[in-house]
Design a protein around this ligand. Structure first.
Ligand code: HEC
Length: 104
């Protein structure tokens, strides 16, 4: 157990990145916070101003991960997505990306 942990800790970034595997199954419990906006084709949210919500279903998995991390890091900004992405763990992001990339 502790040996395995050490191996991970010193495994470098390539290993760390490989460890997080998205599970579309696990995401089913997490998407409830996304479907209000992203579940409806052509949906427009009206707070704090009217804006259209991009379709993320069927989007490339890598792209979704990068987009969510960009909001979390502040590289990309949007009032609601900033707040949401900051509340997600790396595992959540991986799961959600797996889920949405498999939605058609
Ligand atoms: C309150 C409405 C709302 C909620 C809830 C919401 N989003 Fe978003 N999301 C948006 C809007 C609006 C944008 C476009 C923002 C922009 O222009 O950068 C966006 C953008 C995105 C993008 C980037 C899409 C692209 O084409 O670049 C991803 C990925 C995303 N959201 C994922 C999620 C996930 C996953 C959740 C749930 C954890 C979620 N969103 C919850 C409104 C929402």
């Amino acid at each position: 157990m502790s040996l395995a942990f050490l191996a991970c800790a010193f495994g470098g970034t390539a290993v760390a990145a490989d460890e997080i595997k998205g599970s579309a199954e696990a995401a089913r419990e997490k998407v409830s916070m996304c479907i209000g906006c992203h579940g409806i084709p052509g949906y427009r949210a009206s707070f704090p101003e009217v804006y259209s919500v991009p379709m993320i279903a069927g989007q490339n998995q890598e792209y979704l991960v990068v987009a969510l991390k960009a909001y979390a890091s502040g590289e990309r900004t949007h009032p609601t997505m900033d707040a949401i992405s900051k509340s997600l763990s790396e595992q959540d992001i991986a799961d959600l990306a797996a889920y949405y990339s498999n939605l058609k």
